[in-house]
Design a protein. Structure first.
Length: 398
C-alpha cells in the first residue's frame, strides 16, 4: 500500500515538472523578423552632395563706371554674340571730361613747343658767347654766368613741359577709356540668363566692401555642371574623373550621368560656421535641353565599386558587447533562433554592406525591422516573415 502511494506521488511530481517546462516553453515568444540571405552583389560606394546647376562658362557683367542706364538692348533669354551691344550708360559727363583732357593736352603741347624754342634760343646765345670768349674777345664773367644760367633754366623748363605733356596724354587715355565703358558689349556668345537693371536706373561701381551692381549674366548653356558641396570628412575619397549620378529637383523622374571635373582646394563654410565642406563640380554628360542655371540638384559621386561581393542589408548590421568592447555583426537564423555572428564589413552600397569576413553566401540573416534587430539577444527565438524586399540578389552598381 505504501509503495503504491509512493508511485502515485512520483507520477504526480513528474506531471507537475512537465507542466512547468511546457509553460516556460510557451512563455518564450518568437520575435517576428524579416530575413534575407547573404548574397553576392555588385556594390558601389557613393558620397552625396547637394547644390545647384551652373553653366561651365558664364560671365557676370558689372559696371566699371557709375552712371544712369540710358539704353538697355537685351532682355532675359536673348541670345547674344560676342561684341553685341548690351547697354549704354549716360556719357555726358565722361564726354565733357574728354573735352577737358583734350584741351589740357593741347595746352601742354603748346607749352612744350614754347619751352623747346626757348631752350634752342638760350643754347644759341650761350654758344655765341663761348665763341667770342674763345676768339680772344672780351666777355664779362657775370654776363657769361647769366647766359649759362639762362640755358640751364630753359633746359629744365623743356623737361618739365615734356613731363606735363606725358601726364596730359595719360589723362586723356584714361578719360577715353572711361567714355568707352559707357557702352557695354557682350564679352562672349551665349544666352542672357539674368537682367538686374532697367533703363533709368543707376549702375554703381563695386568697391572692396560693396560688390556694386550686377547688371547682366551671360552663360553658355550647352555645357552644364552640378556644383555640390561635399562634407570635409568625405572629400578625400573623391577624385577628378569619378563618375556621378546627378538628380535635379526639376526633373524628378530622371537621373543624369556625369564626371567629377574639379574639386575645390579651399573649404566652403556654411552660415553656421560650425561645419565646412568642399565644392565639387560634376560635368553633366548629356544635359537636357532647356536646363536652366541655379536649379537645385544633388549628386552621388561613386568612389569605389566592388563587383560580386558577399553583402547583407544595412539594417542587418548591429553592434553587441563582447569582452568589454563593441563588436559589429549580424544575427544569423539557425534552428529558428537568432545567432550573433561577428563580421568584418567593407564598402557601403545604397542598401547593403559588403561583408569581407564572417559570412558565406546563402546564410539567412535577420534584416529587420530595425527595432527588433536592435533588441535581439544571442539565442532568441525568431519567426521569419517574408523577405525585406524582392530581388535581393541583384546589383546595386550605380
Amino acid at each position: 500500500m505504501r509503495k503504491r502511494k509512493m508511485a502515485g506521488l512520483s507520477m504526480g511530481l513528474l506531471a507537475a515538472v512537465l507542466v512547468v517546462v511546457s509553460a516556460a516553453t510557451d512563455a518564450e515568444e518568437a520575435a517576428s523578423v524579416q530575413t534575407e540571405p547573404a548574397a553576392r552583389r555588385d556594390l558601389a560606394s557613393a558620397i552625396t552632395g547637394s547644390g545647384r546647376i551652373e553653366p561651365r562658362r558664364k560671365v557676370d557683367i558689372s559696371a566699371d563706371i557709375t552712371g544712369r542706364v540710358t539704353e538697355l538692348a537685351v532682355e532675359e533669354g536673348d541670345w547674344v554674340n560676342r561684341g553685341d551691344l548690351l547697354l549704354r550708360i549716360e556719357p555726358h559727363r565722361y564726354q565733357a571730361a574728354l573735352d577737358r583732357a583734350e584741351a589740357s593736352l593741347a595746352q601742354a603741347r603748346a607749352s612744350a613747343e614754347n619751352a623747346q624754342a626757348t631752350h634752342l634760343q638760350a643754347g644759341r646765345e650761350l654758344r655765341r658767347m663761348e665763341e667770342v670768349a674763345q676768339g680772344g674777345g672780351f666777355v664779362a664773367d657775370a654776363e657769361m654766368e647769366r647766359v649759362r644760367t639762362q640755358a640751364q633754366v630753359a633746359s629744365a623748363q623743356l623737361r618739365a613741359a615734356g613731363s606735363s605733356m606725358v601726364q596730359a596724354e595719360a589723362t586723356l587715355s584714361e578719360v577715353r577709356d572711361e567714355l568707352a565703358k559707357t557702352t557695354i558689349t557682350a564679352p562672349m556668345s551665349g544666352r542672357v540668363t539674368r537682367v538686374n537693371i532697367q533703363e533709368g536706373e543707376t549702375a554703381v561701381v563695386g568697391t572692396m566692401n560693396n560688390l556694386g551692381s550686377l547688371l547682366l549674366t551671360i552663360a553658355d548653356l550647352s555645357e552644364m555642371e552640378a556644383h555640390v558641396v561635399v562634407d570635409e570628412t568625405d572629400v578625400p575619397a573623391v577624385e577628378v574623373g569619378d563618375r556621378a549620378l546627378v538628380r535635379i529637383d526639376a526633373y524628378p523622374r530622371r537621373v543624369f550621368r556625369g564626371r567629377v571635373a574639379r574639386i575645390a582646394n579651399s573649404a566652403f563654410r556654411g552660415a553656421t560656421q560650425e561645419s565646412s565642406g568642399f565644392r565639387v563640380v560634376v560635368a553633366l554628360d548629356q544635359p537636357p535641353r532647356g536646363l536652366r542655371p541655379e536649379l537645385s540638384a544633388s549628386a552621388d559621386v561613386v568612389t569605389e565599386v566592388r563587383p560580386g561581393v558577399v553583402s547583407v542589408p544595412i539594417l542587418a548590421l548591429t553592434v553587441r558587447t563582447r569582452q568589454g568592447r563593441g563588436v559589429e555583426g549580424v544575427f544569423v537564423v539557425r534552428d529558428s533562433r537568432a545567432v550573433f555572428v561577428p563580421v568584418v564589413v567593407g564598402i557601403t552600397g545604397e542598401q547593403h554592406f559588403e561583408v569581407r569576413r564572417g559570412l558565406r553566401p546563402g546564410e539567412t540573416v535577420v534584416a529587420g525591422p530595425y527595432e527588433v534587430v536592435r533588441s535581439l539577444h544571442d539565442g532568441d527565438l525568431v519567426r521569419p516573415e517574408a523577405p525585406a524586399r524582392e530581388g535581393f540578389a541583384g546589383s546595386e552598381d550605380r
